[in-house]
Design a protein around this ligand. Sequence first.
Ligand code: FPP
Length: 239
Amino acid sequence: MSENKPPRHIAFIMDGNGRWAKMRNMPRENGHKEGAKTFRKVVDMCKDRGIDAITFYAFSSENWKRPKHEVDAIMLLFRDYLIDALDEIVKNDVRIVFLGDRTPLAQKLITLMDEVEQKSKNNKLLLNIAINYGGKQEIVTAVNKALKEGKTEITEEDIQNNLYTVLSGDPDLIVRTGGEIRISNYLIWQSAYSEFYFTDVLWPDFDEKELDKAIGAYMSRQRRFGGLAESGDLGGEKL
Ligand code: FPP
């Protein structure tokens, strides 16, 4: 029995790139390269399926602990995507927004990010890319922003309105590939009522069939938002 409408906002944790490469005796960087290809394909698939917003965890605030060559490889893949995205802003109709603290990133990259955000701002599909992102840090930043606005007592609304995800709202569905069953400091505020879908499939192998499986699982569930199933008005429309 189908309980939910399709998700309006899907968030992805793209895990398993390193293992995908290891299984092929390749350096981890090759896994990220393949993962970046999958990311581009999944954006197109979500566009084809009429999803309103998608969020990807590209680099967490903890990922700086990885070897420099691996961090550099991820940043280069990210930069390459932004350069291509800038070229295809009209054709792609994707609005790109970045979640996270961009201050430690290379200045050239920050300038490119600003340009992409600015030039894509009238496009339709909202694509959030989390880069140097951490959920706890996001909440602290949101509280501090509200305090700077002169608030003396912080409400849930003050935090919600100051999160990086102010445009997209909360995800209906969070998909994590790579077999780990944890949230890893991702959208911890926003996921209060999200549905979770975990799969062992490694991110580079995540394809159309897997995406439809995740969406199908979401649609077969019943969201109650803390209420009772009998109380009506429980569709997937609440973000
Ligand atoms: C997790 O896999 C993946 C990452 C930390 C990086 C994700 C980055 C990309 C897919 C490419 C760049 C992004 C864009 C937006 C173009 P892992 O390395 O932890 O995998 P493992 O658990 O198998 O080691």
